[in-house]
Design a protein around this ligand. Structure first.
Ligand code: SAH
Length: 350
């Protein structure tokens, strides 16, 4: 039996046609699943009984198991989901002024081995399926619905959770098709969806051709030596190759690529680094998101003092760079990548 959420609308239409049904039914089914939050095929009352039977004989329609939830004092909520095979992933629901943003995972674990990241510690376990990726979004909207909040208020998605999205490329693209299906699917506008990557250069160009989502790059250093130490992927695709791919990335005229830059005390937070960052990014339509390092027990790295962070930011702003420091939301619930999962596993080990 297959999870129906693994299918794009086009794939489902094809499947239906093969079974002697009509392609347009896929749109109806999609509306039930993604807009009306159906829990079973029986609820899909505008489909004939025969079709509902056919669907339930061939597919299941499930939700992820919400194993643990943490609410931060700033109302950021972190979900720990258990998958069918017992693995765990996290999603973070971030309230903004008039909408919500969901931070979504794409893999169980991660193969990139970034030295500052907690998810990296366990290595890669597996890619998430399409159903597992989009269930995070559907289930978060269902959660809002249960709290009497309009589900479509969840209007922004960032692929900044566990895993490297571009290393699970095919499932990422299929998930994006469903997420950005504006007629029958989840109705996210492309400008409200951001895919963040550690820098898988060949896939960056491909993403620009296949979709019109926003691109974010985890840059984190301004020279190859430091970046390779922090992010081993840099040995394969050094900064010059990465920035060249960014320069060529196809996007709408007024769009900008976000460069995420974790500030780590004594590693990449100097005045020289800030100046170098300005020079590096000057040929690119870029904005910089400074992320003060989120300290955790598995890393010796430290967050710079607030004064140092502001001084770094000021250098960028003084040179007309669009830049901001990320408000550290959910700090008291360890909302940084992988931290809830790690805590939970520690608990089990004891
Ligand atoms: N693999 C993708 C997406 C997941 S990481 C990528 O690398 O972009 C999402 C963001 O969280 C990245 O910008 C990463 O640099 C940042 N991050 C990871 N661990 C962190 C920590 N301990 N403190 C602050 N930011 C962290």
């Amino acid at each position: 039996m297959k999870n129906i959420q693994d299918y794009t609308r086009e794939e489902l239409a094809k499947w239906l046609e093969n079974k002697g049904s009509r392609a347009f039914r896929a749109g109806q089914i999609f509306k039930w699943i993604y807009l009306k939050q159906a829990n079973s095929f029986d609820e899909m009352t505008d489909l004939g009984k025969e079709l509902r039977c056919l669907l339930s004989e061939n597919f299941y329609l499930g939700r992820l198991v919400l194993e643990e939830k943490q609410v931060s004092s700033d109302t950021t909520e972190k979900f720990l989901f258990r998958l069918n095979d017992g693995n765990h992933i996290e999603s973070v629901l971030i309230p903004e002024k008039d909408h919500f943003t969901l931070c979504v995972s794409t893999q169980v674990g991660c193969a990139m081995d970034c030295k500052f990241c907690l998810t990296a510690k366990g290595g890669i376990i597996r890619n998430l399926t399409v159903a597992e990726i989009i269930s995070q979004v559907r289930d978060a909207r269902f959660y809002l619905l249960q709290k009497n909040i309009e589900p479509l208020k969840l209007s922004n998605i960032v692929f900044m959770g566990m895993g490297e999205p571009l290393a699970n490329y095919d499932n990422l693209i299929k998930s994006l098709r469903i997420i950005m299906d504006t007629d029958y699917g989840m109705k996210f506008a492309a400008r409200r969806v951001t895919v963040s990557t550690s820098g898988l250069v060949p896939k960056i160009a491909q993403l620009g051709l296949d979709t019109d989502v926003n691109l974010a790059i985890s840059l984190n250093a301004t020279d190859d030596k430091t970046r390779s130490q922090l992010m081993p992927i840099n040995n394969k695709y050094p900064i010059s190759d990465l920035l060249e791919a960014c320069r060529k990335f196809t996007m709408k005229p007024r769009n900008k690529i976000t460069f995420e830059y974790i500030l780590i005390q004594g590693i990449n937070d100097s005045k020289e680094d800030a100046l170098k960052l300005v020079t590096l990014l000057s040929p690119i339509r870029a904005k910089v998101n400074l992320i003060p390092f989120n300290e955790h027990e598995a890393s010796p790295f430290k967050r710079p003092a607030p004064k140092q962070i502001l001084a770094f930011l000021q250098i960028l702003l003084d040179r007309d760079m669009t830049a901001m420091t990320r408000k550290s939301k959910g700090a008291d619930i360890s909302a940084a990548c992988g931290q809830l999962k790690a805590k939970m596993i520690n608990k089990k080990d004891q």
